[in-house]
Each structure stands twice: as structure tokens, then as C-alpha cells.
Design a protein around this ligand. Sequence first.
Ligand SMILES: Cc1cc2nc3c(=O)[nH]c(=O)nc-3n(C[C@H](O)[C@H](O)[C@H](O)COP(=O)(O)O)c2cc1C
Length: 209
Amino acid sequence: MHALIVVSHPDTRSMTSSVARALADSVEKAGHTVEFADLAEEEFDPRFRQADVEAHLLKSPPPRDVRAEQERLERADALVLIYPVYWWSMPGLMKGWIDRVFSNGWAYDDSDPSRIVKKLGHLPIHLIALPGASERTYLRHGYLDAMKTQIDHGIFDYCGAPVVRHELLFGIADDDGTDLLGIVRSIGAGLFDREPRRQQMTAHSARAG
Ligand SMILES: Cc1cc2nc3c(=O)[nH]c(=O)nc-3n(C[C@H](O)[C@H](O)[C@H](O)COP(=O)(O)O)c2cc1C
């Protein structure tokens, strides 16, 4: 099986980047192949511009850089998104990647507004987020539910793509010996297990993991 791993972080020495590399290694060690997309390093342009509007209206094909990303996704049996939480969501760079790449006509088709066609039912999604705030803060303010609604349902369910997991790796700020990379390696080793864990957005501290 083949995974596309997309990471959004400006610093390749960051924890987010380490998590992405650990996940890629463990997926490969489990006998699968990986394509690694570092959006910052590859200088993906997240701006939704006139050419994207034309494509959205189905007046012209998607821009070449968008098409290249769609081709990466077409080669993948699973998509893994790894991101630091910025303002209770994904970073703008990753959001822009979704804005542009998950385009009308490719990810879904709304030509008939009474019946949106969901076109990504074949693409399981795995999200791994690194938050700065504590699990308590997320629960107290409802941020976990808000992220699940906006990202899992609002984006991926709209396209029919099943969200297998959406993990928040609490504990990076605590420096309490949490083996985050160990958790990530076990996610990678089981990425293509036939019986994926039920859809979840785990308040995942190592204490629970
Ligand atoms: C612009 C910005 C916005 C942030 N917003 C949030 C936030 O809304 N919630 C949160 O838990 N952490 C937030 N953080 C903290 C980051 O999520 C945290 O620093 C990051 O996950 C640490 O991972 P890293 O070491 O890979 O950068 C924010 C950080 C930045 C730079």
C-alpha cells in the first residue's frame, strides 16, 4: 500500500517534522511505500487565485501545481496530514493546500446543487495534530469538537473521504517523558491494518496511549 504524508511546518527541526519522519519510517518498516510532501520546503503556494476560481467554476482545468498534487493523491491508498495546531485549526499553508487541491470536479462535484457528488470515498484520511495547549483547555472550550466538526465533517466528509483517526498529541509542552514518537510509530505500523480503529479524535496523551 502507498501513503501520502503531508506535513506543514516551516522548521524541519520541529517536533511536527520529527513526528512526520517517524511516521514515514514506521509505515515503510511495515512494508508499505510513502511519498513525503513537505509543503513549506516544497514552497507550495496556498493562495487561491484567479486560475483556481476558473477551475472551481469548471471553466478551465486546475493549475499545473494543483494537478500535480492531485496526481500524488491519486497514487495514494491513504492520506496522512501532520500539522501543528494554529488558532485551533491547521496552519494556513495546509488549509490553502486543501482549498486549492480538493477542488470542485475532482474532490466533489456540485454541478447539480441538489445532489453533491462525493468523489473521495476511496481515500482514508489520518490526521495527526500537535497542540501547544493542554487537553484540559481543549475540553473546557469545546475546541476538540469544533475541530472535528470543521475538519473531519466539514472538509473530508463533504468529499466522502473517511476519517480513520484524528489524533491530538498532547504532551509536547509538558516535557513529562511522554513517548510521543513511540505513539506515532505505532500509528504508522498499523496505518493499513484491515480493521482500522473507529473514527475518533483522541485527546491523546501518552498517559492514555
Ligand atoms: C501562529 C501559532 C498559533 C498557535 N495556535 C495554537 C492554538 O490555537 N492552539 C494550540 O493548542 N496551540 C497553538 N499554537 C502552539 C503550537 O500548536 C505548538 O507550538 C506546536 O504544535 C509545537 O509543535 P512544533 O514544536 O512542531 O512547532 C500556536 C502556535 C503558533 C506559532
